[in-house]
Ligand binder design. Structure first.
Ligand code: CMC
Length: 435
Protein backbone atom coordinates (compact mmCIF):
# COMPACT_ATOMS: atom_id res chain seq x y z
CA UNK A 1 0.00 0.00 0.00
CA UNK A 2 1.48 3.36 -1.01
CA UNK A 3 0.99 6.19 1.46
CA UNK A 4 0.09 9.51 -0.10
CA UNK A 5 -1.52 11.97 2.26
CA UNK A 6 -4.63 14.09 2.51
CA UNK A 7 -4.45 17.38 4.37
CA UNK A 8 -7.38 18.42 6.52
CA UNK A 9 -7.52 22.08 7.47
CA UNK A 10 -9.64 23.20 10.38
CA UNK A 11 -11.29 26.39 9.05
CA UNK A 12 -11.91 27.64 12.60
CA UNK A 13 -8.30 27.44 13.86
CA UNK A 14 -6.26 27.08 10.67
CA UNK A 15 -4.66 23.98 12.18
CA UNK A 16 -3.65 21.34 9.61
CA UNK A 17 -3.32 17.62 9.85
CA UNK A 18 -1.87 15.29 7.23
CA UNK A 19 -3.61 11.95 7.11
CA UNK A 20 -2.25 8.90 5.26
CA UNK A 21 -4.12 7.99 2.06
CA UNK A 22 -4.04 4.24 1.67
CA UNK A 23 -4.21 2.62 -1.77
CA UNK A 24 -5.96 -0.74 -1.98
CA UNK A 25 -5.30 -3.44 -4.58
CA UNK A 26 -8.59 -2.35 -6.10
CA UNK A 27 -11.40 -0.04 -4.99
CA UNK A 28 -11.47 3.51 -3.59
CA UNK A 29 -8.45 5.02 -1.86
CA UNK A 30 -8.99 5.22 1.89
CA UNK A 31 -8.07 8.00 4.33
CA UNK A 32 -6.61 6.69 7.58
CA UNK A 33 -8.33 8.99 10.08
CA UNK A 34 -6.79 7.36 13.17
CA UNK A 35 -4.81 10.52 14.08
CA UNK A 36 -7.68 12.95 13.56
CA UNK A 37 -8.93 13.01 17.13
CA UNK A 38 -5.43 13.25 18.57
CA UNK A 39 -4.41 16.07 16.21
CA UNK A 40 -7.62 18.11 15.88
CA UNK A 41 -9.85 16.76 18.67
CA UNK A 42 -12.59 15.80 16.20
CA UNK A 43 -14.47 12.59 15.63
CA UNK A 44 -15.88 11.62 12.23
CA UNK A 45 -19.60 10.95 11.85
CA UNK A 46 -20.75 8.20 9.46
CA UNK A 47 -23.89 6.39 10.62
CA UNK A 48 -24.46 3.19 8.68
CA UNK A 49 -20.79 3.29 7.58
CA UNK A 50 -21.53 4.98 4.24
CA UNK A 51 -17.86 5.99 3.71
CA UNK A 52 -16.01 3.99 6.31
CA UNK A 53 -13.68 1.03 5.82
CA UNK A 54 -13.69 -0.77 9.17
CA UNK A 55 -10.70 -3.03 8.49
CA UNK A 56 -8.23 -4.19 5.87
CA UNK A 57 -9.07 -7.53 4.29
CA UNK A 58 -7.70 -9.77 1.54
CA UNK A 59 -10.68 -12.12 1.35
CA UNK A 60 -13.51 -10.73 -0.80
CA UNK A 61 -13.58 -7.89 -3.30
CA UNK A 62 -16.73 -6.05 -4.42
CA UNK A 63 -17.11 -3.34 -7.03
CA UNK A 64 -20.65 -2.12 -6.62
CA UNK A 65 -20.61 0.13 -9.69
CA UNK A 66 -19.46 -2.61 -12.05
CA UNK A 67 -21.28 -5.45 -10.28
CA UNK A 68 -18.09 -7.41 -9.54
CA UNK A 69 -17.67 -9.98 -6.77
CA UNK A 70 -14.48 -11.97 -6.26
CA UNK A 71 -13.36 -14.41 -3.56
CA UNK A 72 -9.58 -14.28 -3.04
CA UNK A 73 -9.32 -12.74 -6.51
CA UNK A 74 -11.43 -15.36 -8.34
CA UNK A 75 -14.59 -14.00 -10.06
CA UNK A 76 -17.81 -15.40 -8.62
CA UNK A 77 -19.13 -16.59 -12.00
CA UNK A 78 -16.02 -18.77 -12.54
CA UNK A 79 -16.34 -20.28 -9.09
CA UNK A 80 -20.08 -20.85 -9.63
CA UNK A 81 -19.37 -22.65 -12.88
CA UNK A 82 -16.36 -24.77 -11.93
CA UNK A 83 -16.08 -25.05 -8.18
CA UNK A 84 -17.90 -26.68 -5.29
CA UNK A 85 -18.94 -25.11 -1.99
CA UNK A 86 -16.30 -26.99 0.01
CA UNK A 87 -13.61 -26.01 -2.49
CA UNK A 88 -14.74 -22.39 -2.08
CA UNK A 89 -14.55 -22.82 1.70
CA UNK A 90 -10.97 -24.02 1.30
CA UNK A 91 -10.22 -21.05 -0.95
CA UNK A 92 -11.67 -18.53 1.48
CA UNK A 93 -9.95 -20.01 4.52
CA UNK A 94 -6.55 -20.76 2.97
CA UNK A 95 -6.28 -17.97 0.40
CA UNK A 96 -5.93 -20.12 -2.74
CA UNK A 97 -7.53 -23.06 -4.51
CA UNK A 98 -6.48 -26.48 -3.23
CA UNK A 99 -4.74 -29.17 -5.25
CA UNK A 100 -6.48 -32.56 -5.45
CA UNK A 101 -4.91 -33.96 -2.30
CA UNK A 102 -5.50 -30.79 -0.29
CA UNK A 103 -9.15 -30.78 -1.31
CA UNK A 104 -9.62 -34.44 -0.40
CA UNK A 105 -8.05 -33.89 3.00
CA UNK A 106 -10.17 -30.80 3.59
CA UNK A 107 -13.43 -32.51 2.58
CA UNK A 108 -12.58 -35.48 4.77
CA UNK A 109 -11.79 -33.13 7.70
CA UNK A 110 -15.14 -31.38 7.34
CA UNK A 111 -16.99 -34.67 6.96
CA UNK A 112 -15.51 -35.88 10.22
CA UNK A 113 -16.77 -32.93 12.22
CA UNK A 114 -20.46 -33.03 11.23
CA UNK A 115 -21.75 -34.71 14.39
CA UNK A 116 -22.99 -32.62 17.30
CA UNK A 117 -22.22 -33.44 20.92
CA UNK A 118 -25.12 -35.55 22.18
CA UNK A 119 -25.73 -33.09 25.02
CA UNK A 120 -26.36 -30.38 22.44
CA UNK A 121 -29.42 -32.28 21.23
CA UNK A 122 -31.17 -31.40 24.47
CA UNK A 123 -30.82 -27.67 23.75
CA UNK A 124 -33.30 -28.03 20.91
CA UNK A 125 -36.06 -29.32 23.17
CA UNK A 126 -35.88 -26.13 25.25
CA UNK A 127 -37.47 -24.20 22.37
CA UNK A 128 -41.15 -23.86 21.64
CA UNK A 129 -42.23 -26.00 18.72
CA UNK A 130 -43.21 -22.93 16.73
CA UNK A 131 -39.86 -21.20 17.30
CA UNK A 132 -38.38 -19.66 14.17
CA UNK A 133 -35.42 -21.87 13.12
CA UNK A 134 -33.21 -18.76 13.06
CA UNK A 135 -33.92 -18.26 16.77
CA UNK A 136 -32.92 -21.87 17.38
CA UNK A 137 -29.80 -21.46 15.29
CA UNK A 138 -28.66 -18.34 17.17
CA UNK A 139 -29.12 -20.22 20.44
CA UNK A 140 -27.53 -23.50 19.44
CA UNK A 141 -24.51 -21.97 17.70
CA UNK A 142 -23.98 -19.74 20.74
CA UNK A 143 -24.21 -22.87 22.89
CA UNK A 144 -21.33 -24.44 20.94
CA UNK A 145 -19.15 -21.99 22.87
CA UNK A 146 -19.94 -24.00 25.99
CA UNK A 147 -18.53 -27.13 24.35
CA UNK A 148 -15.42 -25.56 22.85
CA UNK A 149 -14.13 -22.96 25.26
CA UNK A 150 -11.79 -24.16 28.01
CA UNK A 151 -9.30 -25.85 25.71
CA UNK A 152 -9.47 -23.41 22.83
CA UNK A 153 -6.74 -20.80 22.45
CA UNK A 154 -7.89 -18.23 19.91
CA UNK A 155 -4.31 -16.99 19.56
CA UNK A 156 -3.24 -20.39 18.25
CA UNK A 157 -3.68 -20.59 14.42
CA UNK A 158 -4.33 -24.35 14.56
CA UNK A 159 -7.11 -23.91 17.09
CA UNK A 160 -8.64 -21.21 14.90
CA UNK A 161 -8.50 -23.52 11.88
CA UNK A 162 -10.18 -26.37 13.76
CA UNK A 163 -12.86 -23.91 14.89
CA UNK A 164 -13.51 -22.97 11.26
CA UNK A 165 -13.73 -26.64 10.24
CA UNK A 166 -16.06 -27.44 13.13
CA UNK A 167 -18.41 -24.59 12.29
CA UNK A 168 -18.60 -25.34 8.56
CA UNK A 169 -19.16 -29.02 9.35
CA UNK A 170 -21.78 -28.61 12.06
CA UNK A 171 -23.92 -25.86 10.56
CA UNK A 172 -25.90 -28.17 8.22
CA UNK A 173 -26.61 -30.48 11.16
CA UNK A 174 -27.78 -27.58 13.34
CA UNK A 175 -29.80 -26.09 10.47
CA UNK A 176 -31.54 -29.37 9.61
CA UNK A 177 -32.23 -30.19 13.25
CA UNK A 178 -33.79 -26.73 13.81
CA UNK A 179 -36.27 -27.68 11.12
CA UNK A 180 -36.82 -31.25 12.33
CA UNK A 181 -37.50 -30.03 15.84
CA UNK A 182 -40.20 -27.62 14.67
CA UNK A 183 -41.78 -30.41 12.58
CA UNK A 184 -41.78 -32.84 15.49
CA UNK A 185 -39.67 -35.24 13.42
CA UNK A 186 -36.75 -37.29 14.76
CA UNK A 187 -33.24 -35.87 14.36
CA UNK A 188 -31.33 -37.58 11.56
CA UNK A 189 -27.59 -38.06 11.97
CA UNK A 190 -25.15 -37.06 9.22
CA UNK A 191 -23.88 -39.73 6.83
CA UNK A 192 -20.21 -39.50 5.87
CA UNK A 193 -20.60 -41.06 2.41
CA UNK A 194 -22.80 -38.17 1.23
CA UNK A 195 -21.61 -34.85 -0.13
CA UNK A 196 -22.03 -31.68 1.94
CA UNK A 197 -25.34 -30.66 0.37
CA UNK A 198 -26.66 -34.22 -0.05
CA UNK A 199 -26.04 -34.68 3.63
CA UNK A 200 -28.00 -31.55 4.46
CA UNK A 201 -30.95 -32.74 2.32
CA UNK A 202 -30.69 -36.16 3.97
CA UNK A 203 -30.84 -34.63 7.47
CA UNK A 204 -33.74 -32.40 6.41
CA UNK A 205 -35.94 -34.95 4.69
CA UNK A 206 -35.09 -38.59 5.38
CA UNK A 207 -37.21 -40.63 7.78
CA UNK A 208 -36.03 -43.65 9.76
CA UNK A 209 -38.87 -45.61 8.21
CA UNK A 210 -37.97 -45.16 4.55
CA UNK A 211 -35.07 -45.16 2.12
CA UNK A 212 -34.07 -41.65 1.07
CA UNK A 213 -31.81 -40.71 -1.82
CA UNK A 214 -31.05 -36.99 -2.12
CA UNK A 215 -31.98 -35.58 -5.52
CA UNK A 216 -28.67 -34.74 -7.31
CA UNK A 217 -30.27 -31.77 -9.11
CA UNK A 218 -31.28 -30.24 -5.79
CA UNK A 219 -27.93 -31.01 -4.20
CA UNK A 220 -26.13 -29.31 -7.12
CA UNK A 221 -28.40 -26.24 -7.07
CA UNK A 222 -28.01 -25.93 -3.31
CA UNK A 223 -24.22 -26.20 -3.63
CA UNK A 224 -24.30 -23.31 -6.10
CA UNK A 225 -26.46 -21.21 -3.80
CA UNK A 226 -24.02 -21.84 -0.95
CA UNK A 227 -21.10 -20.70 -3.14
CA UNK A 228 -22.91 -17.46 -3.98
CA UNK A 229 -23.62 -16.71 -0.31
CA UNK A 230 -20.23 -17.76 1.09
CA UNK A 231 -18.81 -14.29 1.78
CA UNK A 232 -19.58 -10.67 1.00
CA UNK A 233 -16.90 -8.51 2.68
CA UNK A 234 -18.00 -6.20 5.51
CA UNK A 235 -21.80 -6.61 5.49
CA UNK A 236 -23.81 -6.16 8.70
CA UNK A 237 -23.46 -9.73 9.97
CA UNK A 238 -19.74 -10.02 9.15
CA UNK A 239 -19.05 -6.64 10.75
CA UNK A 240 -20.97 -7.92 13.79
CA UNK A 241 -18.83 -11.06 14.01
CA UNK A 242 -15.68 -8.94 13.78
CA UNK A 243 -16.91 -6.49 16.42
CA UNK A 244 -18.04 -9.23 18.83
CA UNK A 245 -14.78 -11.10 18.19
CA UNK A 246 -12.67 -7.97 18.73
CA UNK A 247 -13.05 -8.40 22.49
CA UNK A 248 -11.47 -11.88 22.09
CA UNK A 249 -14.88 -13.43 22.74
CA UNK A 250 -15.40 -17.10 21.98
CA UNK A 251 -15.73 -17.43 18.16
CA UNK A 252 -18.88 -19.57 18.36
CA UNK A 253 -20.50 -16.79 20.39
CA UNK A 254 -19.25 -14.19 17.88
CA UNK A 255 -20.74 -16.18 14.99
CA UNK A 256 -24.03 -16.47 16.90
CA UNK A 257 -24.03 -12.64 17.02
CA UNK A 258 -23.53 -12.64 13.24
CA UNK A 259 -26.49 -14.98 12.78
CA UNK A 260 -28.65 -12.59 14.79
CA UNK A 261 -27.60 -9.67 12.57
CA UNK A 262 -28.28 -11.70 9.42
CA UNK A 263 -31.84 -12.50 10.47
CA UNK A 264 -33.26 -9.02 9.84
CA UNK A 265 -35.30 -8.44 6.67
CA UNK A 266 -32.92 -5.69 5.50
CA UNK A 267 -30.15 -8.34 5.39
CA UNK A 268 -30.45 -12.15 5.09
CA UNK A 269 -34.10 -12.23 6.16
CA UNK A 270 -34.99 -10.62 2.82
CA UNK A 271 -35.20 -13.98 1.00
CA UNK A 272 -38.15 -15.00 3.18
CA UNK A 273 -39.67 -11.52 2.93
CA UNK A 274 -39.48 -11.62 -0.89
CA UNK A 275 -41.63 -14.75 -1.09
CA UNK A 276 -44.17 -13.33 1.35
CA UNK A 277 -44.31 -10.18 -0.79
CA UNK A 278 -44.72 -12.14 -4.05
CA UNK A 279 -47.48 -14.23 -2.47
CA UNK A 280 -49.23 -11.08 -1.24
CA UNK A 281 -49.01 -9.63 -4.76
CA UNK A 282 -50.48 -12.77 -6.33
CA UNK A 283 -53.25 -13.02 -3.74
CA UNK A 284 -54.17 -9.33 -3.96
CA UNK A 285 -54.92 -9.43 -7.68
CA UNK A 286 -53.73 -5.79 -7.81
CA UNK A 287 -51.47 -4.58 -10.63
CA UNK A 288 -47.73 -4.68 -9.97
CA UNK A 289 -47.53 -0.92 -10.37
CA UNK A 290 -49.61 -0.58 -7.18
CA UNK A 291 -46.81 -2.30 -5.22
CA UNK A 292 -44.09 -0.32 -6.95
CA UNK A 293 -46.00 2.86 -6.09
CA UNK A 294 -46.25 1.79 -2.45
CA UNK A 295 -42.47 1.15 -2.39
CA UNK A 296 -41.92 4.71 -3.66
CA UNK A 297 -44.27 6.29 -1.12
CA UNK A 298 -42.17 7.75 1.70
CA UNK A 299 -45.19 7.61 4.03
CA UNK A 300 -45.45 3.86 3.57
CA UNK A 301 -42.88 1.57 5.21
CA UNK A 302 -43.31 -1.00 2.39
CA UNK A 303 -40.17 -1.62 0.30
CA UNK A 304 -39.64 -3.90 -2.65
CA UNK A 305 -37.92 -6.76 -0.87
CA UNK A 306 -34.97 -8.22 -2.74
CA UNK A 307 -34.30 -4.83 -4.34
CA UNK A 308 -31.49 -2.40 -3.60
CA UNK A 309 -28.11 -2.84 -2.02
CA UNK A 310 -25.72 -0.66 -0.05
CA UNK A 311 -22.79 -1.51 -2.33
CA UNK A 312 -24.24 -2.66 -5.66
CA UNK A 313 -25.46 0.21 -7.79
CA UNK A 314 -25.77 -2.24 -10.66
CA UNK A 315 -27.27 -5.72 -11.05
CA UNK A 316 -26.02 -7.89 -8.15
CA UNK A 317 -23.83 -10.51 -9.93
CA UNK A 318 -25.20 -13.14 -7.54
CA UNK A 319 -28.77 -12.29 -8.61
CA UNK A 320 -27.82 -12.82 -12.27
CA UNK A 321 -26.51 -16.30 -11.49
CA UNK A 322 -29.38 -17.18 -9.17
CA UNK A 323 -31.97 -16.13 -11.72
CA UNK A 324 -30.36 -18.52 -14.22
CA UNK A 325 -30.35 -21.41 -11.74
CA UNK A 326 -33.95 -20.62 -10.86
CA UNK A 327 -35.06 -20.98 -14.49
CA UNK A 328 -33.10 -24.21 -14.92
CA UNK A 329 -34.40 -25.74 -11.73
CA UNK A 330 -38.04 -24.92 -12.41
CA UNK A 331 -37.65 -26.42 -15.90
CA UNK A 332 -35.81 -29.54 -14.78
CA UNK A 333 -37.95 -30.26 -11.75
CA UNK A 334 -41.61 -30.99 -11.40
CA UNK A 335 -42.27 -27.49 -10.10
CA UNK A 336 -45.74 -26.57 -9.01
CA UNK A 337 -47.97 -24.01 -10.70
CA UNK A 338 -47.57 -21.79 -7.65
CA UNK A 339 -43.78 -21.77 -7.95
CA UNK A 340 -43.95 -20.96 -11.66
CA UNK A 341 -46.43 -18.18 -10.92
CA UNK A 342 -44.11 -16.74 -8.27
CA UNK A 343 -41.23 -16.71 -10.76
CA UNK A 344 -43.41 -15.03 -13.37
CA UNK A 345 -44.50 -12.40 -10.84
CA UNK A 346 -40.88 -11.84 -9.77
CA UNK A 347 -39.74 -11.33 -13.37
CA UNK A 348 -42.65 -9.03 -14.16
CA UNK A 349 -42.03 -7.03 -10.98
CA UNK A 350 -38.36 -6.70 -11.84
CA UNK A 351 -39.31 -5.36 -15.28
CA UNK A 352 -41.78 -2.80 -13.92
CA UNK A 353 -39.34 -1.62 -11.24
CA UNK A 354 -36.35 -1.38 -13.57
CA UNK A 355 -38.35 0.85 -15.93
CA UNK A 356 -39.54 3.10 -13.12
CA UNK A 357 -37.78 6.46 -12.77
CA UNK A 358 -37.59 6.12 -8.94
CA UNK A 359 -35.66 2.83 -9.17
CA UNK A 360 -33.53 4.00 -12.10
CA UNK A 361 -32.45 7.20 -10.33
CA UNK A 362 -31.52 5.34 -7.15
CA UNK A 363 -29.82 2.43 -8.95
CA UNK A 364 -32.07 -0.10 -7.28
CA UNK A 365 -31.60 -3.55 -8.86
CA UNK A 366 -32.57 -7.05 -7.74
CA UNK A 367 -30.16 -8.40 -5.13
CA UNK A 368 -29.17 -11.96 -4.18
CA UNK A 369 -32.38 -12.51 -2.23
CA UNK A 370 -34.80 -11.68 -5.03
CA UNK A 371 -34.75 -15.09 -6.77
CA UNK A 372 -33.18 -17.35 -4.12
CA UNK A 373 -36.46 -17.85 -2.25
CA UNK A 374 -38.13 -19.24 -5.37
CA UNK A 375 -35.35 -21.80 -5.73
CA UNK A 376 -35.69 -22.78 -2.09
CA UNK A 377 -39.45 -23.18 -2.54
CA UNK A 378 -38.88 -25.34 -5.63
CA UNK A 379 -36.60 -27.50 -3.49
CA UNK A 380 -39.41 -27.98 -1.01
CA UNK A 381 -37.61 -25.94 1.65
CA UNK A 382 -40.02 -24.17 3.98
CA UNK A 383 -39.93 -20.39 4.03
CA UNK A 384 -38.63 -20.00 7.56
CA UNK A 385 -35.55 -22.06 6.59
CA UNK A 386 -34.40 -19.71 3.82
CA UNK A 387 -32.34 -17.44 6.05
CA UNK A 388 -31.04 -20.46 7.95
CA UNK A 389 -29.52 -21.74 4.70
CA UNK A 390 -28.04 -18.30 4.07
CA UNK A 391 -26.47 -18.49 7.55
CA UNK A 392 -25.14 -21.97 6.83
CA UNK A 393 -23.46 -20.69 3.65
CA UNK A 394 -22.12 -17.47 5.21
CA UNK A 395 -20.53 -19.26 8.16
CA UNK A 396 -17.31 -19.76 6.22
CA UNK A 397 -17.20 -16.03 5.46
CA UNK A 398 -17.78 -15.08 9.09
CA UNK A 399 -15.16 -17.41 10.51
CA UNK A 400 -12.62 -16.57 7.80
CA UNK A 401 -13.03 -12.86 8.48
CA UNK A 402 -12.72 -13.51 12.22
CA UNK A 403 -9.59 -15.58 11.60
CA UNK A 404 -8.08 -12.85 9.41
CA UNK A 405 -8.74 -10.28 12.15
CA UNK A 406 -7.17 -12.49 14.83
CA UNK A 407 -4.16 -13.45 12.74
CA UNK A 408 -3.12 -9.88 11.84
CA UNK A 409 -1.59 -9.44 15.29
CA UNK A 410 -2.81 -5.85 15.57
CA UNK A 411 -6.29 -6.42 16.95
CA UNK A 412 -7.81 -3.61 18.99
CA UNK A 413 -11.23 -3.83 20.50
CA UNK A 414 -13.85 -2.24 18.21
CA UNK A 415 -15.10 0.76 20.09
CA UNK A 416 -16.94 3.43 18.08
CA UNK A 417 -17.57 6.87 19.54
CA UNK A 418 -20.71 8.99 19.24
CA UNK A 419 -22.00 12.46 18.57
CA UNK A 420 -23.75 13.10 21.88
CA UNK A 421 -26.95 15.12 21.52
CA UNK A 422 -28.51 14.58 24.96
CA UNK A 423 -28.72 16.84 28.00
CA UNK A 424 -25.75 17.48 30.29
CA UNK A 425 -24.88 18.73 33.77
CA UNK A 426 -28.36 18.41 35.27
CA UNK A 427 -28.91 18.74 39.02
CA UNK A 428 -30.38 15.63 40.71
CA UNK A 429 -33.96 16.28 41.87
CA UNK A 430 -35.27 14.22 44.83
CA UNK A 431 -38.34 12.16 43.88
CA UNK A 432 -40.76 14.14 46.09
CA UNK A 433 -39.78 17.35 44.31
CA UNK A 434 -40.27 16.08 40.75
CA UNK A 435 -43.33 17.08 38.76
N1 CMC B 1 -37.68 -0.34 -2.19
C1 CMC B 1 -37.96 0.98 -2.30
N2 CMC B 1 -37.05 1.96 -2.10
C2 CMC B 1 -35.81 1.58 -1.77
C3 CMC B 1 -35.45 0.23 -1.65
C4 CMC B 1 -36.44 -0.75 -1.86
N3 CMC B 1 -36.14 -2.05 -1.76
N4 CMC B 1 -34.14 0.16 -1.31
C5 CMC B 1 -33.70 1.41 -1.23
N5 CMC B 1 -34.69 2.28 -1.51
C6 CMC B 1 -34.59 3.75 -1.59
C7 CMC B 1 -34.56 4.37 -0.20
O1 CMC B 1 -35.86 4.69 0.26
C8 CMC B 1 -33.71 5.58 -0.45
O2 CMC B 1 -34.50 6.54 -1.09
P1 CMC B 1 -34.25 8.14 -0.84
O3 CMC B 1 -32.89 8.40 -1.38
O4 CMC B 1 -35.34 8.81 -1.57
O5 CMC B 1 -34.34 8.32 0.65
C9 CMC B 1 -32.68 5.12 -1.48
O6 CMC B 1 -33.34 4.05 -2.18
C10 CMC B 1 -31.39 4.58 -0.88
O7 CMC B 1 -31.74 3.55 0.02
P2 CMC B 1 -31.13 3.35 1.45
O8 CMC B 1 -32.13 2.69 2.35
O9 CMC B 1 -30.51 4.63 1.92
O10 CMC B 1 -29.99 2.35 1.08
P3 CMC B 1 -29.16 1.48 2.09
O11 CMC B 1 -27.86 1.24 1.46
O12 CMC B 1 -29.14 2.10 3.45
O13 CMC B 1 -30.01 0.14 2.24
C11 CMC B 1 -30.92 -1.98 1.71
C12 CMC B 1 -29.77 -1.00 1.47
C13 CMC B 1 -30.53 -3.32 1.12
C14 CMC B 1 -31.12 -2.20 3.22
C15 CMC B 1 -32.21 -1.45 1.06
O14 CMC B 1 -32.03 -1.33 -0.32
C16 CMC B 1 -33.43 -2.32 1.35
O15 CMC B 1 -34.08 -2.16 2.39
N6 CMC B 1 -33.77 -3.29 0.44
C17 CMC B 1 -34.85 -4.22 0.70
C18 CMC B 1 -34.38 -5.32 1.60
C19 CMC B 1 -33.44 -6.28 0.91
O16 CMC B 1 -33.69 -6.74 -0.18
N7 CMC B 1 -32.34 -6.63 1.61
C20 CMC B 1 -31.34 -7.58 1.10
C21 CMC B 1 -30.04 -6.92 0.82
S1 CMC B 1 -28.92 -7.93 -0.14
C22 CMC B 1 -28.54 -9.32 0.78
C23 CMC B 1 -28.09 -9.10 2.17
O17 CMC B 1 -27.54 -8.10 2.56
O18 CMC B 1 -28.32 -10.01 2.94
Amino acid sequence: MSTDTVTIIDDATGKKVQLPLLTPTSGPKTIDIGALYKELGYFTYDPGFMSTASCTSAITFLDGQKGILQYRGYPIDQLAEHSSYLEVCYLLINGDLPNKQELEEFVSGITNHTMLHEALKRFFSGFRRDAHPMAIMVGVVGALAAFYHEHMDIHNPEHRLITAHRLIAKMPTIAAWSYRYAMGKPFVYPVNSLSYTENFLHMMYSMPTEEYTPNPLLAKALDLILILHADHEQNASTATVRLAGSSDANPFAAVAAGIAALWGPAHGGANEAVIRMLMDINESGKPLQAFVDRAKDKNDSFRLMGFGHRVYKNYDPRATLIRKICHQLLNDMESTGEQKKLLETAMALEKVALEDEYFVQRNLYPNVDFYSGIIFLAMGIPMNMFTVIFAMARTVGWITQWNEMQSEGKLRIGRPRQLYVGLIDLEYVPINKRK
